[in-house]
Design a protein around this ligand. Sequence first.
Ligand code: MG
Ligand code: ZN
Length: 217
Amino acid sequence: MMKNPVLICDFDGTVTKNDNIIAIMKQFAPDGWEELKDGVLSQRISIKEGVGKMFSLLSTSQKEEITEFILNDAKIREGFTEFVAYAKDAGIPLYIVSGGIDFFVRPLLKGLVPDDQVYCNMSDFSGDYIQIDWPHLCDEHCSNECGCCKPSIVREIAKGKDIIVIGDSITDLEAAKLADFVVARDLLLEKCRSLGLHHKPFATFYDVIDHVKEVIG
Ligand SMILES: [Mg+2]
Ligand SMILES: [Zn+2]
C-alpha cells in the first residue's frame, strides 16, 4: 500500500525498445566508440565522460541525418501510451528521467508526456562536433559524474514520496537504490536480483501498469 506514489521512468531502452545513443553511435560514430560504451557499462569511466566523448566523435554537419535517423529508428515500447493515461487517471505524478539527449528525447515524447515532466541532457550543435550540456548535474550526495544525475533528480522531485523507478540499465541503479519499488528489465533486473531490491520484471508497459497497481494497493 502506497499513500503518495511517484513514477520515475527511464527513457532509452525503457520507453524506447533500444538504446538511442547506442543506435546513433552504431550508425554514425567512427571506430573507438565501443571502448567508451564498455567503459561506461563496466563503470570504469563516468557516464558523463563516456557519453560526452562519444558525441564529440560526431560532426555537427550531420545534424539533420542523425536527427532523422533516430526519429525513424526509435520504437516506443508497447503499452506506453496506456501507461501514461493510467498514471494521469490515477493521479500519480510521472516523470521521464533520461540520460538521453534533448534532440531525440523531446520529439519522441511529443504529444505523450508534457515537456515539464521530462528531464534529459542537452545538445549544442554550434561547434564542429556535437557538445553535450548537462543541466542536471550531481548534487552533493552523488560523486558518480552521472551527467544527468538520476538520484539527484529523485531527491529533488520525489522527497518523502513512495518512489517507483522503472528502468533497464546500470544508469538507473543509483535511482533504483533510492526507490521503494523498482520495475526492471535487462541489466537493471540482474542488479535488482543480486542486490535484493524490491522489484518486478517487465517486458511491456502493460506489465508495468499491473505491477504498479498491485504495489500501490
Ligand atoms: Mg535506459
Ligand atoms: Zn550523480
